[in-house]
Design a protein around this ligand. Structure first.
Ligand SMILES: *Cc1c(COP(=O)(O)O)cnc(C)c1O
Length: 800
């Protein structure tokens, strides 16, 4: 597609799809016109992919996830379709600022963090690998809350991405399912019939997901809740307008908000309703598609693989058993066998508070038939494994992890370390009964978004050095390795990083009014704010460094810009105190004349996918400092390494594998191992001992207690100080000295520019394994038993 064709298409859509006169069009109108012009190019490969799947009778993958953290789609589609140059030129010809058009798109934030972003990267890779697949989720009206700071404190506002037309979705009014809740179960002739007491409609909204070079497109199908009866006209006519609208309100509530917390379950009943609503609609849709093609329901596992992204969709298991047994009339044991040959479960956390449990009472009330089936599944498991009585039902609650495990063909962890710990801890007993069921699938990220699109400077250098082809074969980055010893290559690599930093420095100046020196080290920690991720340890290091700089202003300090980003769950008080502390420290440090440009603290509000795309290419140092044993994998760590930022980190999650691949010499390791951490917690007063042994730490905590950063309110950080001294479960104190010392080692290497650039370049060269294409190939082979569909010539419009 040429510049002129694209321009003509934009003008056509502007006028005929949106009824706008070009003379009066705003950026938003142009962005929609460009989106439609690009979307038109996706539709034909999308149809072709569906036709190829039907005609070849290929097995399909269904990825069920309560979260999809997709971000913006326009630039991604442009990049995948190879329309980058045409789009830039078309915008220029229309006198539009290309970047302004791109950034006008709202960032679709239907997820909290890593788990949701993983689902989005997987969709991209499934399409790139031409594996027939659907993502299923909820079309939340309000995605993850918008974060701002008021006097340093996090303020949450409802996010409103659907307040304007959504460019990428197709509403399928004809695809709706009635989803029941409550009611009772009737036993008749030995069969159970559930009569729900209430119901809502699940309506499908489809977004095509185009793969690299437009070879294949899959569908992300999101469910919106609608009332089964629209409106109570009789009530309206009596003048009771609010009551008349009540059914619609009640239904809409189900798809209204994303739960702003991925580590505890909140809003009990509504959350369970959301889970059942989306799981049941998805199962119904999967079976409708299957039965339209095949007669024998017993062969379901040959044509369908369902992946549960964490336990949020776990009720899909009992729902599938219910339909097979109650509706298709299969014997119970056979129904369970078919369901568990079809279903697979990904575990994402070992944090006890994050392992989902539902009260038996609520479950029995909301889903009476399912509760009965869960009891039977439990009995079936005990009967068939002859295992000790190990139950998914415990002290009045249903344990969704155990339930998912019992009903799964494969259960996977998301990094080697995490999978090992799963086998040793939460699922030790189940692993003994089913020794082949647990497999590891280390996470990955899509190189199209996380290198090609977000870092045009570096991707240009990569292509000039090793040619194209790395975009969907990322291990080719290994060919860069020999170039790292070439001074010319290193100079170009350094120039790219410098330009990205200058660009970010301008943005920080514009957005936050803070001037930062692009030659300082950009030290970045961006992720959800959580005690286990230890942003607190990072701020303590800032405080200690600030204190030391004030003490010895004459020393030749390595200038640093400490960049933070991330949201705290609204009910998570300690995380919110950490946010406030970072902001308070920033206020003091940034205005301290004794410090000048040598230390700056920057915390731009509302971290999201687009901000990650802006910050990561400009990072020098990647902070991955979680308490060992607590971060299941991480994917942020992979994005940084890929973009040439060495890690300072613990042996946690995928850090372990990153270090193995980039080489121990290109990774700043510190801290307790997972095993040592467990042992340390048993040591009496471990925090007190660590504080006594580290004057820097003692001093930093004293500053918190003295109110150095909260003038006028010395008690503001007493609670955080108390946690550190007396309840340091996440071992901030125990790891602080090693962390602080390792930061000085980082300084020393950074001073040696050449050594630093070589280390950074080696991180890029050796990160190819962390492509989500590799992860998806591995799921395909080891879990789903699917192979990519060969795309013949002519199947795709770009080829024809
Ligand atoms: C990658 C990503 C995450 C996950 O980051 P971790 O450091 O792995 O926790 C979270 N949020 C956004 C917006 C991301 O892009």
């Amino acid at each position: 597609m040429t510049r002129d064709e694209l321009k003509a298409e934009m003008l056509r859509h502007l006028q005929y799809s949106f009824g706008k006169d070009p003379a009066h069009a705003q950026v938003r109108d142009w962005r929609m016109a460009l989106s439609m012009a690009v979307r038109d190019r996706i539709v034909e490969p999308w149809f072709a992919a569906t036709r190829a799947t039907y005609s070849g009778q290929h097995k399909r993958v269904y990825y069920l996830s309560l979260e999809f953290l997709i971000g913006r789609l326009l630039e991604d589609a442009i990049v995948n379709l190879g329309l980058g140059q045409a789009a830039r030129e078309a915008c220029a010809a229309l006198d539009l600022d290309f970047e302004a058009v791109m950034t006008d798109e709202p960032d679709a934030a239907l997820g909290n963090g890593g788990l949701g972003r993983l689902a989005a990267c997987f969709l991209d890779s499934l399409s790139t690998l031409s594996i027939p697949a659907h993502g299923y989720g909820i079309r939340y009206e309000h995605g993850l809350f918008k974060q701002s700071f008021h006097e340093g404190r996090q303020v949450e506002q409802a996010e409103d991405w659907l307040n304007q037309p959504h460019a990428w979705e197709f509403e399928r009014a004809e695809s709706s399912y009635e989803i029941g809740f409550w009611g009772e179960v009737e036993e008749k002739d030995g069969r159970a019939i559930w009569h729900p007491g209430d119901a809502v409609l699940a309506r499908a909204y489809d977004t095509p997901v185009i793969g690299w070079q437009g070879r294949w497109a899959n569908t992300l199908r999101l469910w919106g809740a609608k009332p089964t009866k629209l409106f109570d006209l009789a009530r309206f006519n009596t003048g009771d307008f609010t009551a008349a609208a009540q059914p619609e309100e009640a239904a809409r509530t189900i798809s209204r908000v994303l739960y702003p917390d991925d580590t505890t379950d909140a809003g009990r009943e509504l959350r369970l309703k959301q889970e059942y609503f989306f799981a049941a609609a998805s199962i119904r849709d999967i079976l409708r598609r299957y039965t339209s093609e095949y007669d024998d329901i017993r062969r379901l596992p040959h044509k369908v693989a369902i992946q549960l992204n964490d336990t949020h969709p776990a009720i899909a298991g009992p729902e599938l058993v219910r339909i097979l047994h109650d509706e298709h009339g299969l014997a119970f044991d056979e129904a369970v066998q078919i369901a568990s040959a079809t279903l697979n479960y990904t575990n994402h956390t070992l944090l006890p508070e994050a392992l989902e449990r539902w009260s038996e009472g609520l479950m029995r009330h909301l889903l009476p038939r399912h509760m009965r089936l869960i009891e039977q599944i439990d009995d079936w498991h005990a009967r068939t494994t002859k295992g000790r009585t190990l139950s998914a039902i415990d002290q009045g609650s249903v344990k969704m992890g155990e339930l998912s495990f019992m009903l799964a063909n494969r259960v996977n962890g998301v990094s080697a370390l995490h999978t090992g710990l799963m086998k040793k801890t939460v699922f030790a007993e189940l692993d003994r009964l089913h020794p082949d069921r647990i497999v590891n699938q280390t996470n990955g990220v899509t190189p199209r978004r996380w290198l090609l699109a977000c870092n045009p400077g570096l991707s240009g250098l990569v292509t000039e050095t090793i040619g194209t082809g790395w975009e969907d074969d990322l291990e080719r980055l290994g060919q860069l390795d020999p170039h790292v010893s070439d001074a010319g290559f290193r100079a170009r690599f350094a120039a790219v990083k410098r330009a990205n930093k200058a660009h970010l420095s301008d943005w920080i100046g514009r957005e936050m009014g803070i001037s930062v020196d692009p030659d300082a080290m950009f030290d970045v920690q961006i992720k959800r704010i959580h005690e286990y991720k230890r942003q607190l340890m990072n701020v303590l290091d800032v405080i200690a460094t600030w204190h030391a700089m004030r003490g010895e202003p004459g020393l030749d300090w390595v200038p640093r810009v400490k960049i933070f980003g991330g949201k705290a769950a609204p009910g998570y008080q300690t995380a919110k105190e950490i946010i406030r502390l970072i902001n308070d420290v920033a206020t003091v440090v940034n205005s301290d004349p004794a410090i000048g440009d040598r230390l700056k603290v920057v915390y731009p509000p509302n971290y999201n996918v687009s901000m990650a795309e802006r910050l990561i290419p400009a990072a020098d140092l990647s902070e991955q400092i979680s308490t060992a044993g607590k971060e299941a994998s991480g994917t942020g760590n992979m994005k940084f390494a890929l973009n040439g930022a060495p890690t300072i980190g613990t042996l946690d999650g995928a850090n372990v594998e990153i270090r193995e691949r980039v080489g121990a010499g290109n990774f700043f390791l510190f801290g307790l191992t997972a095993e040592e951490a467990m042992a340390r917690r048993e040591v009496p007063d471990h925090a007190g001992r660590a504080i006594a042994a580290s004057p820097e730490l003692a001093q930093a905590i004293a500053h918190l207690e003295r109110g150095t950063f909260s003038p006028g309110e010395p008690d503001r950080y007493r609670h955080l100080a108390q946690i550190l001294r007396h309840h340091d479960y996440f071992l901030v104190c125990s790891d602080f000295a090693a962390y602080h010392a390792k930061q000085r080692a980082v300084d020393a290497v950074f001073r040696d520019r050449d050594a630093w650039v070589a280390m950074a370049a080696r991180n890029t060269a050796r990160s190819g394994w962390f492509s989500s294409d590799r992860t998806i190939r591995s799921y395909a082979a080891e879990i789903w038993d699917v192979t990519p569909v060969e795309v013949g010539p002519g199947a795709c419009v770009l080829a024809s």
